[in-house]
Design a protein around this ligand. Sequence first.
Ligand SMILES: Nc1ncnc2c1ncn2[C@@H]1O[C@H](COP(=O)(O)OP(=O)(O)OP(=O)(O)O)[C@@H](O)[C@H]1O
Ligand SMILES: [Mg+2]
Length: 416
Amino acid sequence: MKLFNQGIPRGSAMSYAALLEKIEILRSTLRWSTSMERPDIEKLLRQANVLRDEVMQLSHKERFVQAVSAEPVPDLAAGERRQALLGRSFVFEGTFGDNPKLLDALEVAEKAAPTELPVLIDGESGTGKELMAKVIHANGSRADKPYISVNCGAIPESLLESELFGHKKGAFTGAATDRKGKFESAHHGTIFLDEIGELPLPGQVKLLRVLQSHEIQRVGSDETTLVDTRIVAATNKNLRKLIEEGLFREDLFYRLSVIQLTLPPLRERRDEIPLLISWYADESAEELKRRPVKMTAKLRDFLLNYSYPGNIRELRNLLYRISCLAGETADLAHLPEDIRPAAPTVRGKATPAAMSMSDAKRVASDEAERAYLERGLQEVGGTVAELARRWDMNRSHLQILLKKHGLHSKDFRKDA
Ligand SMILES: Nc1ncnc2c1ncn2[C@@H]1O[C@H](COP(=O)(O)OP(=O)(O)OP(=O)(O)O)[C@@H](O)[C@H]1O
Ligand SMILES: [Mg+2]
């Protein structure tokens, strides 16, 4: 076997060089020992087994990556890539956006979903990690089986084992009945381990055991139970850094990250901010049973140029807040105080990190698309089927475009 393989992509979770180093450590242990006791032999065997597992995982991942990249990647425009996914009956679960990085992630999700490989999703807070986990579940063969989400950061350490693996009656004070854990609940389905970087080290050891043996043991029980659970994990932490700091097990990281999927922060997909604003302005109005708010130019300007450290969730929350607090027209005053600009925004000046040329083009193109759709809907009096026929367009694609722009056909009916 060729150990140094140039074909491994940069950023691959595990490298042949790292494995080689481990093999060398093992070799030198053997080289310098004159006699060896059974426990030492056992220990070396265990290390060799771990190495074998890692080699297998790496080769599995390599084959997967090759399969993905072996296909000719047609140079499709974003809209066509989304349309192609739709044509292959991909389930978006409400994920929208045509940003190339997001489409990259969706295309990897499409390939990974039907497999049993663990997926690790990383991305800043609010970038849609949980949504992506649901997308993976919905597009796999387990879609009609349970999807169980566990927030590893929210469970007190003392309860973690029982939460994940269940417990037997009387296992500890308060364990009044037998109880199954999340892994058993997710049997045949998917378990989403959110904030995996928050899992304490003892919990990591136990999770590793499940990943290796597919068996769980309820707290206080000697019996083992086989569980068939597909694992999707997410983190907004840098796990490699946690590994360096001794806070996350390297072997668990390799096990979880056979497929790694990174979601772009909103500041890298600014071109989609206008669409998200109109989407959440409509959604919040509907939820709050009010008419969509009008926005002053200053507020719109702010929303278009704000940095959104909390990403899509922050944008969504802002729009809900504005819809709740504003009367007919919303202004800067309806923003939370900590982000409200101190002085009036001067166009162009308060926005040094303005859009790039390509982002500006996309925004313009989106605006043109929206105007075109609005005109079309007006002409057919809000009948989507008729518009699809006139434009010789797939009806469901047209529906998605309308959804993307927050347009409601009923608003264009003649009697509306
Ligand atoms: N591409 C997208 N299209 C539509 N809505 C999205 C998209 N990405 C995220 N959202 C919405 O943004 C909100 C945050 O998404 P989600 O909870 O999946 O993020 P997260 O990465 O898990 O955040 P956190 O790290 O804070 O838990 C949700 O309301 C979700 O529906
Ligand atoms: Mg989340």
